[in-house]
Ligand binder design. Sequence first.
Ligand code: ADP
Ligand code: MG
Length: 719
Amino acid sequence: MSFHLHGVFLGLLLSMISSEQHILASPVDYLKGVGPQRGEMLKKELNIFTFGDLLHHFPNRHIDRTKVSAIADISPDTDYIQVAGVLVRSEVIGEKRNRRLVAELRDKTGSLELTWFQGVTWVQKMLEPGQSYLVYGKVGFFLGRPQIVHPETEKWTPQKKEGQAWLEPVYPTTEKLKARSLGGRQLGKITQVLLAQLRERDIPENLPASMLSKLRLPSRFRAYQDIHFPTSPKAYADALRRLKFEELFLAQLRMNLLRSERHRYSKGVVFDQVGEHFNRYYHEFLPFALTGAQKRVLKEIRQDTARGRQMNRLLQGDVGSGKTIVALLTMLLALDNGYQAVLMAPTEILSRQHYETISKQLEGMDIPVRLLTGSVKGKERKEILAGLASGEIALLIGTHAVIEDKVQFHRLGLVIIDEQHRFGVEQRARMWKKAVLPPHVLVMTATPIPRTLAMTAYGDLDYSIIDELPPGRQPITTVHRYEHDRGRVMDFIRAELELGRQAYIIFPLIEESEKLDYENLMRGYETVKSYFPEPKFWISMVHGRQPADQKEWNMQRFVSNDTQIMVSTTVIEVGVNVPNASVMVIESTEKFGLSQLHQLRGRVGRGAEKSYCILLTGQKLGKDARERIKIMVSTSNGFEIAEKDLELRGPGDIEGTRQSGMLPFRLADIVQDRPILEAARAMAIAIVEEDPELVSAENLRLKEFLTAQKGKTPWSRIS
Ligand code: ADP
Ligand code: MG
C-alpha cells in the first residue's frame, strides 16, 4: 500500500518537475501568435516543432533597423536593402503561373517595384495604397529596373523604430512561410515572444563558473537572448562565441568521457609478451629498416595492447607509408601471446594482395596463414573453418567473409581492418561477438583525415599516425594537361612502356546512370586502343559492372605485367600495388574530388622508377576544379591535401567521416572555428583527466547537464 502511494506521489512529483523543466519542449503551436495553422507550417517548412526548436533557429544575420537606404542608392551591387516609402499602387497582373501582384514603393529619391507570386490575393488585401511602409528584401533587376520579390513589409512611421533593438534578427525561412507572414524578420517577432517567457532557470548554466570567467563568456541565458536580439555587435559576437564553445566543448567532453570510461572499465585480452615470432621475424626476416614513424606506432600499439583493456585504435598513414608491415608485426604480437589474428580488406583483390605479400614475408617462419574470401568454397572453406575453430590457423586474411556467423575462432585476439571507411561500425561490432573478451581493434586508413575532423569525428578512438614515407621514394611528378594534348600524353605513355613500365588510365563516374558511365568508359577504351595498335602492348579493363572473377582476372594480368595498360574506373582506387606502374593518367580530372585524386595518384610511385601523374581536363574549368588541380600539382602530402579538401568542400562531404551525424553542430564550423575547437578540446581533456567522474563541485553542472541529456533526444529532431 505504502509502496503504491509512493509510486503515485513520485509520479506526480516527476510530472510536475518535468512540466516545469520542459517549457522548451512545448509544441510551438502554443506560443502566442503562432497557433495551429502557422504551427503546422513551421513544422513542415523548418522542422520547428517545439519552443526549443524555435530558440535554436538562429538568425543568419542582423540588420540595423536605424538604417534606411534611399531607393536611388540601389545599384546592381546591392544585395539586401531596407527602404521606406509610400505605396503608390498595387495591382494583380498576368494569368495562371504568371499571375502576380506588383506594387510600387516611392520615396523622395525614386521608386521601386515590389512583386509577389505567392499569396497574391491575401497580400493585396493587406497592402494599403497611400500608406508608408518599411520594406526589406533582396534586390534584383527586371528589365533594368530594381525590384524586390517577396519583400517583407510593415507599416511605417518614422518614429516607430525608436525603442526597438538596435540590431534586428533575420532568420532563414522559406517562400511559403513568407507568404504566411513568417518571413525572415517576422520570425523574430515570435522568437521575441518566446524569449520574453523564458527565465534564467529555463536555460540554466551548464559550464563551470571558472571557465566562463576565464574565457570571458556570457551566461548561457544571456547568450541565447543576445544571439537573437543583441544590444550591440559585441554582445552578438560574445553570444556566438559562447554557444559555439559550448557545442564544441560538450561534444569533446562526451567523447573524452567515453574514452576514459573505456580505458578504465573495458576489459581486453593482454598482449604483454614480445615473444619468439615477433623477435625472430624482426631480427631475421624484416625486409627493410622500419621508419621512425612505424616504430613509434608499434610502440603505441604495444603499450595499448598490454594493459588489459581493449585497444580501439585508428591508424592513419598516407598511401605508401607502410601500414602493412605494422599490421603484420602486430599480428605476430598476438600470436606470441597465444591469440589468433585477422586482417580484413574491403575487396577480394586487396585481400589477395595482402595474403600474397604476407605469406611471402613469412616464408621460412612456419606460421599458418590462410585466405578466406567469398570465392573460397567447398572443401577448402570447410578446412579453413575447422582450422580456425581448432586454433590451428593462426592468421586469417580476407574480405568481410571472415565475419560471417559461420566463422568461429578458437581464440581471437586481434582484428585489423584495412581501408576503414568501407567497413561499417556495425560490421565491426559483429567481430566482438566472436570472442569472450573483445579483441583488440586496429583500423587502418590511407584516407588522411584532417586533424580538426579527426578530433571531432574520431575523438573517442585512440589515434596513431605514420607521418613519414619510407626512405628513397622518388617524388611523383604531377602535371596538368588539356584534352588537346592527348596525343602527346599518349606518346609519353608509349615512351614509358618502351622502357618496360606500365600505365593506368582512369575514367571517372560522370553520369548518374551506370549505363552512361559504362559507355563512356568503352569509348575511352576504344580511343586508347587506337593509340596503341602495336601487338606488344596489351590493355586490361576493369569496371564496376564486371563480375568479380573477371575483374580479378583482368587485374591479375596487369599485376603480372601480361598487360601494360590498365583502363579502369575508380574501382582500382584503394590499395592496389603494382610497383612497376609509372604513369597515372586521370581523365576528366575536374570531376574528381581531391582525396580521390590523391588516392589514385598513390597507385604509382611505389617502385624504384620515377613516376608521373597526368591530370587531363577539358578546356573550360570552374574555379573549384582549377583550385583542386593547383593543389594536386603543388603538393603530394596527403594531410595537406585533406586540409584543403575540408576547406573547399566543408566537413559534411569528407570521406572518412562516419556520418554527418558525427558533426551535429548548429553554429560551430570546425574549419573556421578551429581555435575555439582546440581550446574546447584542451579543456575537455584536462577536466576528464582531473575529474573523470565529474564529482567536484565545480563540475557538477556539467554532470547534471550531461545526465539530463543522456538518452533523450535534444529539443529538436535529429534529421
Ligand atoms: P600502405 O601504407 O599504403 O598500405 P604499404 O604497406 O603497402 O603501404 O607499403 C608500401 C611499400 O613500401 C611496400 O612495397 C612496402 O614493402 C614498402 N615499405 C614499407 N615500409 C618500408 C620501410 N620502412 N622501408 C622501405 N620500404 C618500406
Ligand atoms: Mg595498404
